[in-house]
Write a protein of this length. Structure first.
Lengths: 343, 343
DNA sequence: GAGGTACGCTAAAACGATTTAGTTTGTATC
DNA sequence: GATACAAACTAAATCGTTTTAGCGTACCTC
């Protein structure tokens, strides 16, 4: 059984292709198609199980009602939740989402943009890799709206972004640890050139400075992005050797690192918070359920998704216009400190 | 800046559209296009940043090199991991994946199939909802390959499926609990008509029967699918009232229920495994990291994804043929009992 | 009875590719 | 000098839609 096309319907209903098209697109009234013909066409279409071919439609109209979502890794809880929110949100505006993971690989990221562009998505929501700004500007030059999430390019302020206030979040967390009496606060972060992680790091530095706590390199672990689970686990374990003497608290700057951290701490049988206080940037089921429960700086994932869609839709509406939307808006959302038993 | 099309290239290079098409599709040699023209076209295409329009291509060829993946909920760890595996696997065969979540809603599932069909995906990998068999048969009638994963329709054996041996998995788990001396084994499952869950339930019944342990309704909690977190949590808490007296172990039949279970147990401050042994179907980071670690029946997620892709690709190759691929193959993969501290 | 307009519909171009069936030119064959 | 054939391309149809322009008829107006 072949797929049925608009001309099959036209033939069977004894009308022209145009008429069918008008009926199917609710333009029948505007085009003064008679009541009987409308019903006739609708019946035939239903009977034959007609489903309009979106490729043809997209080719003709230049709109696919699809947005491309590029995240770092869809199997990570943060991005999976974000993806779900964006999918749900897009549905409200009658858009479909296609998502893909970069694995933080520049080449793959470019390939994905290329692929989405070839598939003519109407707009993009992107978690960029460090060198992706030029590729993204090309999309903008083609008049395709783009919104960055989670990460951004300070040197390219014309690309709108929805972010959390990373600096403030980490500063707040560090401040909280100090307030609770910890002063040998270790930090675990990921090695990257991306500004959002630098912002987080600055938050830590700034608060230590404010409290005249010297910055000690030995209390910092910078895990290379490329390292596999085991290596990363090993590096964190190394840092934890100092627990009790050189460090009394540890702040993980991503949820992935935090989970690894929990694993390392568990292996070492360190008592939280007696031997070591723990704080993590970005929440996770595990942190909520672990014993003891782990304090976190929570990112408002739903808001990020909603705001990103909102900015994108706004631009999508205007993207017929000469130069698209005037200026970039970058939104900074507030994080929330969730105090649990680990501190 | 507008997108560049094949005819822009043709004009600039001073050749015909067909020639450009041949060059871009590596058919230049077969079509005896001269070396100079090939180079000329390639250069112009590169300079102008040509990206072929996949809509047009798909419209003409009838192939989109895209497969549709429908899961229950992409933010669930099981499905997120599965999606990632399938995405990676598809890439090897030069296919792109678009995924969507049904939220186990029949209407939404139908809409999604409809949407993917309109977008002309070449094949489908589907986690079905209970009443989806007829809709799936329509796809097969249109000669579109479909592979089910995780769930299946015993009454529709013509739809290929990649499953785990649910009966055997739960039987093995129940057997293990009994072997370890537990005989008041409670069970938490989800209310559904789907065969895979019935298989799991049968595994439990069968093993109890084999050991002459009477089946006690009060030890079973069947959570309605539609219930929200709080309600489900409440129902599990209710069951746990019996811990120590009426029940000495609990077997959660899905990973979602298991996580809720952990939460309920934690709230009640029950000691695992002293007051209650815990076993869950399907692993999760939380079970591995929780204290004590939770024993599970592990599903081979990577294999499920790989096998599903493998079956699909095989059918995709043959789908030009008159009746597609002859008979359905249903694969049953083995689960693995991972014994941890909770038993 | 010429001109206007409302009605109800259709023809045909266009979107950007692929692909089949040529066309033109040059060279070799008998 | 006619025929054949290869080389190097090109013209045009096609996929399934949307959309603009237009066509024929009927009725109205002056």
């Amino acid at each position: 059984m072949k797929k049925v096309s608009i001309s099959d319907i036209a033939r069977k209903a004894g009308v022209s292709v145009s008429t069918v098209s008008f009926v199917m697109n609710d333009k029948a009234v505007k085009m003064r198609i008679s009541r009987e013909v409308i019903e006739k066409v609708e019946n035939v279409a239903r009977e034959m199980g007609y489903r309009p071919n979106q490729l043809a439609r997209g080719l003709r109209t230049g709109k696919t009602k699809t947005i491309g979502l590029i995240v770092e890794n869809i199997s990570n809880a943060f991005f999976a939740t974000l993806a779900k929110t964006i999918e749900d949100e897009a549905k409200k505006y009658d858009y479909k989402v296609v998502y893909c993971s970069t694995d933080n690989d520049e080449v793959k990221a470019r390939e994905l943009i290329n692929m989405l562009s070839q598939r003519q998505v109407d707009g993009y929501i992107i978690t960029p890799t460090p060198l992706l700004a030029d590729e993204i500007k090309k999309l903008q030059a083609e008049n395709k709206p783009v919104v960055l999430i989670d990460r951004y390019f300070p040197e390219a302020p014309t690309i709108p972004a929805v972010l959390v206030d990373n600096f403030e979040g980490v500063a707040k967390g560090t401040e909280y640890l100090i307030e609770k009496g910890y002063d040998k606060i270790a930090l675990v972060t990921i090695e990257t050139d991306m500004a959002h992680m630098k912002d987080r790091l600055s938050g830590y530095f700034e608060v230590l400075r404010r409290h005249d706590i010297p910055i000690d390199e030995r209390r910092m672990k910078i895990v290379p992005y490329s390292s596999d689970r085991e290596t990363a686990l090993g590096m964190i374990a190394e840092l934890l050797e100092g627990a009790g003497s050189e460090i009394d608290a540890v702040f993980f700057l991503t949820n992935y690192l935090g989970v690894l951290g929990i694993e390392a701490i568990k292996k070492k049988r360190l008592k939280i918070p007696d031997q070591l206080a723990v704080l993590c940037f970005d929440d996770n089921d595990i942190f909520r359920l672990y014993t003891p429960t782990i304090s976190v700086i929570r990112q408002p994932i739903e808001s990020i998704g909603q705001q990103a869609m909102c900015v994108l839709i706004e631009r999508l509406k205007h993207s017929g216009g000469a130069e698209g939307y005037p200026i970039a808006d970058t939104l900074h959302l507030r994080t929330e400190l969730i105090a649990r038993e680990s501190i």
